[in-house]
Write a protein that binds this ligand. Structure first.
Ligand code: NAP
Ligand code: MG
Length: 482
């Protein structure tokens, strides 16, 4: 079969949105209630697949952030830190169960607001978010067992700022461990994807979580900055770009604030000639085209051992031709909408740059919907290590391929990046996997798989990918003093 032949045509299978409810406008969630801002600014949340404005979101002011921090402090001192840990655990269990019950509704809203395929929000984002609450609920009254002989103590108020690529999941990664360790929270979602965080606030109300334990303030970057700079916040947990991570580090330098930063990445996905090639090709596809490449740990640099290069690229192009780009609500869709016009512009600039840098460019010629933000899966071969498309994070469905001959060569090339978040290794040999995992400077390394997450498994980076871990005992420790 030729590379350009699509393998099949599937009839549309759109998820119904009849059962889904969200408000047309949302206030700020402070002290257990939705309330208007002290200012009068609002902004629209856009469905990136249709360009429709689907809800009106409130822009918090500094005074609103201050009120949210006060509510969190008050709840921490009067209620949450005084409550028996097993009672705190019950609330977290309740949140997890409610989220599980409403999983379909959350999945649809996540896809509508953010553009990701329903198959992913349904099978990955929402179940993993619930799993994070379940996992951390279990730890709430067992912290002395998690950290024997160390007397774990909560920190106080955690200020949390999250990005748009996994909106609900990032909220769960932040809120669940903070609550399990006895802290209270002020969280800001990304401005393009506030809806599921606000729906989560409705779940907090239904779970009768005491007012002020979690507060959600929406808005642009300045709202994140107001949280970071607030002098009554004890810990900053940030996931986002390295650029903003650096601003945050400067802002809190010299203060006693604790901090974890989960930043950008430029992961190496490494295919040896003894790998099962078909399985590896699926892993490459999943590694970079999953969630439109809006993944900090995306396998955006592919390293293929020279002897299997032609076979891998041939199979990869063939598989790319069968990817369906389009309606995020369609269950057959593989690649949904790019989250925002700005991000689409950034990706397109990098694609142009890759062509100018002289790399070989390939895209399948699949149809794209007339309206919305779309990008075809993109492949650059024949790239040089110094090319910007190899060095910089693109955060879109763009893969850059290099070849290698020896293990030492690929380790050198893979580590030659300012980032160090994740990597993938595909080989038949366990010894090679252990050798690679001990030498690659990446926080998470997958072997013969890619993009797998579990609440018990710590996630985080080296170098400019940040510091601190989320998930597992390491994640809990980030919210505790000893
Ligand atoms: P971003 O621009 O850094 O934004 C992240 C969050 O910070 C958003 O809520 C943003 O608000 C807010 N923000 C902006 N300026 C701020 C400031 N000066 N002070 C405090 N907060 C501020 O990143 P993004 O474009 O949303 O997300 C993509 C980046 O996140 C990529 O680099 C990706 O690698 C990284 N990421 C990392 C991980 C990880 O675990 N390591 C996971 C996911 C994503 P607005 O939305 O209003 O701009
Ligand atoms: Mg949106």
């Amino acid at each position: 079969m030729s590379e350009s032949q699509a393998t099949w045509d599937l009839a549309p299978a759109p998820e119904s949105i009849g059962h889904v409810h969200w408000e047309k406008s949302y206030g700020l969630f402070i002290n257990g209630q939705f309330q208007p801002s002290s200012g009068d600014q609002t902004f629209g949340s856009i469905n990136p697949a249709t360009e429709e404005r689907i809800a009106e979101i409130t822009e918090a002011t500094d005074a609103d952030v201050d009120q949210a921090v006060k509510a969190a402090r008050n709840a921490y001192e009067k209620v949450w830190s005084k409550m028996a840990a097993r009672e705190r655990g019950k609330y977290i269990f309740r949140i997890a169960r409610l989220l599980q019950e409403k999983a379909r509704e959350f999945a649809v809203i996540e896809s509508l607001d953010g553009g990701k395929p329903i198959r992913e929000s349904r099978d990955i984002d929402i179940p993993l978010a619930a799993a994070h609450f379940f996992y951390h609920a279990g730890w709430a009254d067992k912290l002395e067992y998690a950290f024997p002989n160390r007397k774990p103590k909560s920190l106080g108020v955690a200020g949390q700022v999250i990005p748009w690529n996994f909106p609900l999941l990032m909220a769960a990664w932040k809120i669940a461990p903070a609550l399990a360790t006895g802290n209270t929270v002020v969280l800001k979602p990304a401005e393009t994807t506030s809806l599921t965080a606000l729906k989560l606030a409705e779940i907090f109300q239904q779970a009768e979580l005491p007012p002020g334990v979690v507060n959600i303030v929406t808005g642009h970057g300045s709202v994140g900055a107001a949280i970071v700079n607030h002098n009554n916040v004890n810990k900053i947990a940030f996931t986002g770009s390295t650029r903003v991570g650096k601003i945050i580090q400067k802002a809190i330098a010299g203060s006693k604030k604790r901090c974890t930063l989960e930043l950008g990445g430029k992961a190496a996905n490494i295919i040896f000639d003894d790998a099962t090639i078909d399985q590896a090709v699926e892993g490459i596809i999943n590694g970079i085209y999953f969630n439109q490449g809006h993944v900090c740990c995306a396998g955006s640099r592919l390293f293929v051992q020279e002897s299997v290069h032609d076979e891998v690229i041939h199979k990869l192009k063939h598989r790319m031709n069968s990817l369906i780009v389009g309606d995020p609500l369609d269950k057959n869709t593989d690649i949904g909408a790019i989250n925002s016009k700005d991000q689409l512009q950034t990706i397109n600039q990098y694609i142009e740059l890759g062509k100018q840098e002289g790399a070989d460019f390939y895209q399948p010629q699949c149809n794209l919907p007339a309206k919305g933000n779309w990008c075809r899966p993109t492949l650059f071969t024949d790239v040089a290590q110094s090319n910007r498309i190899v060095q910089e994070e693109i955060f879109g469905p763009v893969l850059a391929v290099q070849t290698f001959r020896t293990v030492d060569e690929v380790i050198n090339k893979a580590n030659n990046t300012p980032y160090g978040l994740s990597a993938g290794v595909w080989t038949d040999k366990g010894s090679k996997i252990f050798n690679m995992t001990s030498q690659l400077r990446a926080g998470v390394i997958w072997a013969n798989t890619y993009n797998k997450f579990d609440p018990a498994s710590p996630f985080g980076g080296y170098k400019e990918s940040g510091f601190g871990r989320e998930g597992g005992l390491h994640g809990l420790a980030g919210y505790l003093d000893f």
